[in-house]
Design a protein around this ligand. Structure first.
Ligand code: ADP
Length: 380
């Protein structure tokens, strides 16, 4: 969700009506003038009916206290007194007594309104903070055309991340709210700090949205599986692989069967999976005399098309195979240990299995098979 979307969501939120509309001193002043102006007009009209004095002016002070800050409310009280003195022709002593009583009553009422507005804002911030990373609803398993998607390792990771990040993000939102209140006390000088704090809060909301979307996307298996040419899918990545190979001093070779290579695949996801495997292979051959990575694509009978990524690195011993798919399991400094768990999730969401073996090149081979479709089926 973009910053604008967050802003419009906040604006459209029925529980976020009119409190704290005036963020700056000038708009507070404007609200005070308009509110008292309207109330004074009403008061002048009511004068024909009876002596109401300050009563019709009190709502103006309440509106200002709710919508703006205390200084604006104080200005509103002063304007009310001035308006009453102009409109009422009472005895001087009487007018002073009435003005004093009004100032005291208005100050108490304004303070109560301010507290109410602050309490509502604090509640709203707390709700935003709690909403930050909560999943809107737990999504159940969903059938896919080529297999059943489950909340897999990556989904669990996202769920753990969402849960763990909820607390610091919520705390940050509360601290920002407190900082904003302090900055407001600094008057016009605090305006730019307030703006920066508002922007920071928007970014925190964005972080929560990103995590929530990631979790939703993974748990619903929201992807687009359609007929694709396996060869074009890999060829499109060739410039990227060439660059990776050049940077690492590794030869990356292609052996892709381009005949009868129509497969059912989510193009972006399969490209991500192959790319993860190639990056791992490139890391694995680091330090070899003639580092080599081979990307193979083969039709395996009428049913399947196999992708293989092989290397001449050290390979993976049987006892390590169970560990390397665990999220965060890495043997690299600076490694995240997520590549293989994501890759396996992608492959399994296509109804396939990611297999590991020893390559004839000497290192590891990672392979998976996608369901093939005929050219005629592709046209349907
Ligand atoms: P990362 O690359 O961040 O470590 P991965 O999940 O992609 O995370 O890989 C986990 C571990 O699996 C790697 O740290 C490495 O030890 C091992 N591994 C992955 N691919 C290979 C390979 N081709 N050859 C040898 N080891 C590999």
């Amino acid at each position: 969700m973009t910053r604008d979307q967050v802003a419009s969501r906040i604006a459209a939120d029925p529980q976020r009506p009119w409190l704290s509309v005036a963020k700056g001193w000038r708009s507070g002043l404007l609200i005070a003038c308009v509110s008292v102006g309207v109330a004074a007009t009403l008061r002048a009209l009511l004068q024909n009916v009876g002596h109401f004095h300050y009563l019709p002016l009190l709502p103006a002070v309440m509106v200002v206290a709710l919508m703006a800050d205390r200084r604006a409310a104080a200005v509103a009280v002063a304007l009310c007194v001035a308006a009453d003195l102009v409109l009422t022709r009472s005895e001087q002593a009487d007018a002073i007594v009435q003005a004093v009583v009004f100032v005291v009553v208005a100050a108490v009422v304004a303070e109560l309104c301010r507290r109410f507005a602050e309490a509502v804002e604090a509640l709203r911030d707390a709700r935003d903070a709690v909403d930050l990373v909560q999943s809107p609803r737990e999504q159940g398993p969903k059938d896919q055309p080529h297999g059943v998607w489950r909340l897999n390792a990556m989904g669990e990771m996202a769920a753990i991340l969402a849960h763990e990040l909820n607390q610091p993000l919520s705390a940050a939102a509360v601290y920002l709210h407190a900082g904003r209140r302090d900055a407001a006390l600094a008057g016009p000088m605090g305006d730019s700090v307030t703006r920066s704090l508002d922007l920071a809060k928007t970014q925190i909301l964005r972080a929560g949205d990103i995590i929530r979307h990631m979790r939703e996307r993974i748990s619903t298996g929201d992807h687009a599986i359609r007929p694709e040419r396996a060869s074009s899918l890999v060829e499109e990545m060739a410039p990227v692989f060439a660059m990776i190979g050049r940077d690492a001093g590794v030869t990356i070779r292609f052996d892709i069967d381009g005949e009868d290579d129509h497969v059912m695949a989510d193009r972006i996801q399969i490209q991500q999976a192959v790319s993860n495997l190639v990056r791992n292979a490139v890391d694995a051959v680091n330090g070899r005399a003639e580092p080599l990575v081979l990307i193979v694509g083969r039709s395996i009978g009428p049913e399947a098309y196999e992708f293989r990524v092989e290397d001449n690195g050290p390979g993976i011993s049987q006892d390590r195979i169970g560990q390397i798919f665990r999220p965060m399991a890495t043997s690299k400094t600076g490694g995240m240990g997520l590549g293989l768990s994501v890759t396996r999730s992608i492959v399994e969401s296509h109804g396939a299995t990611l297999k590991i073996d020893r390559s004839t090149l000497g290192g590891a081979v990672f392979a998976f098979r996608l369901p093939r479709v005929t050219e005629a089926e592709t046209a349907c």
